[in-house]
Design a protein around this ligand. Structure first.
Ligand code: SAH
Length: 397
């Protein structure tokens, strides 16, 4: 395969020397000469000295990722073995845990290889490839993983195009045994139904494990809880297990009804006090305003961007107005759990959305706690923007 030698731009030379992992568009001179995805790039400085070794793979984020700053290190089976081994060691407590058997094993650049993630679901591994470039290393990475872990089966998701969209495949199953559908996993002692071969999403977002636990253990008891953008209702299930008086899960996707029912059923929870509503959240708000519905806790974890028939929602543009609606239907002394996985703004900006919304509604608030990614979603100290998750527990005064 082709190898490239490209010069770091002035602005990026020092960044790469300091360990910055992303190949941004403006980071290399003549970046447009890159053609073969998966090719190795040696990054050199002004005097042609080696700085770092990367691979070329196009994602929305950039042109690839630095893999090593060591000139002698080759990108081979041994390289990936070392990376995956240290990732596994870092999650030793997750592997040992009795009440959790679903977690992230390898988190992209946080574990030294951007564009690649590996999740563990009760004996099964799911590899996600975020570019054609990293997919070129498929056989090597698979061999590395196989040599290090015992597994029942291995699955993959291809998220190749520039927006990280999922590439529909005839099957996402790779090798070993096929997983049951659904595969029941445990997280904090809660049963969760996972589908490893049913489109882009498997049913649960593992990065919210600590937030779910907190809602169950500290906030839910005796409360009426609204879960907006509820997907398969994972937050609602935890809330119900924490003794919520009622939960209402709202999502516009039709599939959410059956999937949410299933999550309740596998935890032996009745649907009597747990309502599932298939509707646009913004229409549901109108209904709630009209009926004067109020909740003790409202959870909002919208997609960072979504287009429906009626409207587009962008977290960056629309979160403030979403919060304004939510404030109106939250009881006095109630709690809003505001969450976003949008990578295009940081916690400070997110807090400014909260400030604006409460100001506009002439209400006071207090931030009780905040969360970012859990330990298994390891973040590189040289790429803090990889910590995309922002969650605020806000008390409405
Ligand atoms: N909070 C969920 C994950 C949300 S994923 C969890 O913890 O599992 C985003 C969800 O928002 C998807 O299920 C999608 O169907 C839903 N969604 C997007 N736009 C919506 C809208 N306008 N109204 C209701 N649901 C919406």
């Amino acid at each position: 395969m082709q190898r490239y030698k490209l010069k770091a731009t002035k602005k990026y030379e020092q960044k790469f020397l300091n360990g910055y992992p992303l190949i941004a568009k403006e980071s290399l001179e003549n970046i447009n000469t890159l053609k073969d995805e998966g090719a190795i790039i040696d990054i050199i400085d002004n005097k042609n000295h080696f700085i770092a070794r990367a691979y070329y793979g196009r994602q929305n984020k950039g042109y690839g990722w630095v893999l090593t700053q060591n000139k002698k290190e080759q990108i081979d089976l041994n390289f990936f073995k070392q990376k995956i081994k240290s990732a596994i060691d870092y999650r030793a407590n997750f592997y040992k845990s009795k009440d959790t058997n679903a977690f992230r094993v390898f988190n992209g650049e946080g574990d030294g290889v951007g564009g690649l993630s590996i999740d563990y679901f009760n004996g099964y591994y799911l590899i996600t490839w975020y570019s054609i470039g990293i997919y070129k290393f498929k056989d090597t990475i698979l061999n590395a993983l196989k040599s290090l872990v015992e597994f029942k089966g291995i699955y993959q998701k291809k998220r190749f195009d520039s927006k990280g969209q999922y590439l529909e495949d005839s099957s996402d199953f790779l090798l070993g045994q096929e997983a049951p559908e659904p595969l029941i996993v445990k997280e904090n002692g809660v049963n969760l139904a996972i589908y490893l071969d049913d489109g882009a999403m498997v049913g649960v977002f593992l990065d919210q494990k600590n937030v779910r636990k907190k809602i169950r253990d500290k906030y839910a008891k005796g409360k009426d809880i609204l879960n907006t953008f509820s997907y398969t209702g994972a937050f609602s299930v935890y809330a119900a297990l924490g003794g919520a008086k009622s939960t209402t899960s709202v999502d516009l996707a039709k599939r959410s009804l059956a999937k949410t029912k299933e999550q309740f059923e596998i935890n032996n929870l009745s649907l009597k006090s747990n309502k599932i509503v298939v509707e646009d959240v913004f229409d549901y708000f109108k209904y709630a305003f009209k009926k004067g519905l109020k909740f003790d806790m409202v959870i909002a974890d919208p997609p960072s961007f979504a287009r429906s028939k009626k409207r587009t929602f962008s977290a960056k543009k629309d979160y403030t107005s979403l919060l304004k609606d939510i404030i109106k239907i939250t009881n006095k002394s109630g709690v809003i759990v505001a969450s976003t996985n949008a990578a295009n703004f940081n916690m400070k900006t997110f807090k400014s959305f909260v400030e604006k919304a409460f100001k506009a509604e002439s209400r006071k608030y207090k931030i009780l706690e905040s969360y970012s990614l859990p330990k298994d979603f390891r973040v590189s100290k040289n790429f803090l923007e990889g910590n995309y998750l922002k969650v605020l527990f806000i008390k409405v005064d």
